[in-house]
Ligand binder design. Structure first.
Ligand code: AGP
Length: 620
């Protein structure tokens, strides 16, 4: 997903923008650029490929006397990392884009749906387009409307003509100390400093400078100067928006000695889960959610059904939620892929609770599914990691995971925290509905409280256990993952992790389906990962493992430490400690994250930014 950063203040903008773009690298991009205003000139520098190329291009530009290093360094500018949608990956399609007279520069995230119509109109008026992008139309449109008198008015007029999902920031030579931003769906957030302001698509872009933020809501515009921020509606109505303080610190956005963000985040899982469940599991015989400002327990009352909607890894967390909510609280629960739910005219109404799980809180399909459910009268609960994200504003209530900032594209610590929140919710529902014996509730809660203290041990064991497996199978063409019950979700998540960071083809199946087709895939070269932790369905899983081995394929089992039957029927083991089998997925997924990581590293891949993937998918 593209990244935006803008700065207006009293310090040299160039370094701030480039450093801000570095912090957005994790979102994925294929080209980048900056525009700066100084000494009555406005200039942009763009480059294809990674940010090192942009740094080099800026330096070369400076040597040629460009504004980027004018005698009085520029203190206003905008920067962008582009993820190509309309138009090839090349320098002219990289942002910032500018108008024909080179007075207005813009950086844009998202898609302008009616750009063809607007472009034709602007061409007819004499505009000269230099790129193949939909985004360039915004620069020309804003420039056209500058005749209204100010950048603010021009952006408002342009905004009202645009269709699509986007966020953009514009600046003009005519008003060198002003940035104007606009948001429709795609995120945009203001950072407030002393005598300086920031506008960005995500907080890490300015976290080194300030933690004071103002969120721009969907359908709002913002005018930013060094000392002032004015948030308004497209008709010009000015809004009062209090500042919030983000509690992430700069360190969260650093690798802190780990070779990658993903590895760092795998190691942060114990703390993240501890943080997520801490105050919520203090009571011996119950879970406390009622005190949370963002969540009203009335949401859990008068419901007949729960539907969980999510995408990708969050979908897998929801799948575990489905099993535990049904088992513990006996509420009928289904799990839906958000992009399917929103387009299939679902049966949903006032006696439904719809839970949207999204770590970013900005995933377009999940947000749309939540909105659809709300329109049809359902209560909507969001489970997210990001304070102030769109999901938090669309939902009737929010339960936060407290994983901290996750930078690696592959979700790890946010996943285990989502699973933890699923447990909290299921236990609370069980308590409210009286569907679990008190001693069972106490036993499970006691084990749940202890889970964070087991995670570091699981990571350490996994790092040792995966070595020979990664060595042997790093160049395999295909991995099959199998599991039963909650183990299916673990298998799906393990397969997704390997697929997305190692580019190895994977499939994941409910093990009972093996004989209905997938078994045909197996031969001596196939590694099969079986989620075979202790559970009432373990015997069944072991039978499937035996079937696999009978075809000569190799079994890598995620197994409860010391289980001899699993040892007998497998070739490699990934050990996890014994906990209640419904809590097991939270631990069982960790060796699979570590396995995926080890395989990808053996293949020499960049796990933090896998090809073709972005951390946040804000456009459908
Ligand atoms: C998995 O590693 C991915 N990051 C991806 O599947 C992700 O879970 C999905 O895009 C949904 O994101 P969200 O949780 O931010 O909605």
């Amino acid at each position: 997903m593209c990244g935006i950063v803008g700065y207006v203040g009293n310090r040299p903008a160039q370094e701030i923008l480039l450093a801000g773009l570095r912090k957005l690298e994790y979102r994925g991009y294929d080209s980048a650029g900056v525009s700066l205003i100084a000494d009555g000139e406005i200039e942009s520098v763009r480059a294809v490929g990674n940010l090192d190329n942009l740094y080099a291009a800026v330096e070369a530009h400076a040597e040629n006397g460009g504004v980027a290093v004018a005698t009085r360094p520029a203190t206003t500018g905008i920067g962008h990392t582009r993820w190509a949608t309309h138009g090839r990956v090349n320098e002219v399609n990289a942002h910032p884009h500018f108008d024909t007279t080179d007075r207005v520069h813009v950086v844009v995230n998202g898609i302008v749906e009616n750009y063809m119509v607007l472009k034709q109109r602007l061409l007819d008026m004499g505009a000269i387009f230099t790129s193949e992008t939909d985004a360039e139309v915004i620069a020309h449109l804003v420039a056209h409307h500058l005749a209204l008198g100010s950048l603010e008015e021009a952006v408002r007029a342009a905004y009202n003509e645009l269709e699509g999902h986007f966020a953009f920031v514009a600046m003009t030579l005519d008003e060198p100390d002003v940035l104007v931003g606009a948001r429709r769906e795609c995120p945009l957030i203001v950072g407030r400093g002393d005598g300086e302001s920031f506008l960005a698509s995500a907080v890490p872009a300015f976290l080194a400078h300030t933690r004071r933020v103002q969120v721009i809501e969907n359908g709002e515009l913002v005018v930013v100067t060094p000392d002032d921020v004015k948030i308004m509606l497209p008709d010009g109505t000015v809004l009062d928006r209090p500042e919030e303080t983000i509690d992430w610190d700069e360190e969260t956005a650093e690798e802190a000695g780990y070779e990658t963000f993903m590895l760092k985040e795998i190691h942060e899982q114990a703390d993240a889960v501890a943080e997520t469940i801490a105050d919520r599991t203090i009571r011996e015989d119950g879970v406390d959610l009622a005190e949370e400002a963002s969540f009203d327990e009335a949401l859990l009352e008068d419901i007949d059904r729960i539907t969980i909607v999510a995408c990708g890894t969050s979908y897998h967390a929801g799948l575990i939620g489905r099993y535990v909510i049904e088992k513990w609280s006996r509420v009928y629960t289904t799990m839906d892929i958000a992009s399917e739910y929103r387009y299939r005219d679902p049966v949903v109404g006032p006696r439904d609770l719809v839970i949207g799980i999204t770590q970013s809180g900005e995933t377009a399909d999940t947000l749309a599914a939540m909105r659809l459910a709300k329109e049809r009268g359902a209560k909507v609960l969001a489970i997210t990691n990001v304070v102030g994200s769109q999901a938090t504003r669309d939902a009737d209530g929010v339960l936060f995971t407290r994983a901290g900032l996750e930078i690696g594209v592959a979700a790890t610590k946010t996943f285990v925290c989502q699973v933890a929140v699923m447990y909290l919710l299921a236990l609370r529902l069980a308590e409210l509905r009286g569907t679990m014996k008190t001693e069972t509730l106490r036993r499970i809660l006691a084990q749940f409280r202890n889970v964070p203290s087991l995670i570091d041990e699981v990571v350490a064991h996994a790092e040792a256990d995966v070595e020979p497996i990664a060595e042997k199978f790093a160049h395999s063409e295909f991995f099959l993952y199998i599991g039963r019950n909650v183990g299916v979700a673990v298998a799906l998540e393990g397969a997704l992790k390997l697929k997305e960071i190692s580019y190895i083809s994977t499939d994941a199946y409910a093990a009972g389906e093996m004989k209905h087709g997938p078994i045909a895939l197996l031969d001596e070269s196939t590694p099969v990962v079986a989620v075979a932790t202790d559970s009432p369905v373990l015997d069944k899983v072991i039978s499937n493992m035996a079937e696999v081995r009978a075809r000569g394929a190799k079994v890598i089992a995620v197994a409860t430490h010391g289980n001899e039957a699993v040892r007998e029927h497998s070739d490699y083991r990934l050990r996890v400690p014994d906990v209640d089998w419904m809590l097991q997925p939270l631990l069982a997924v960790i060796p699979l994250q570590v396995l995926a990581y080890a395989v990808a590293r053996k293949r020499g891949l960049n796990v933090d930014q896998p090809r073709n993937l972005a951390k946040t998918v804000t456009v459908e």
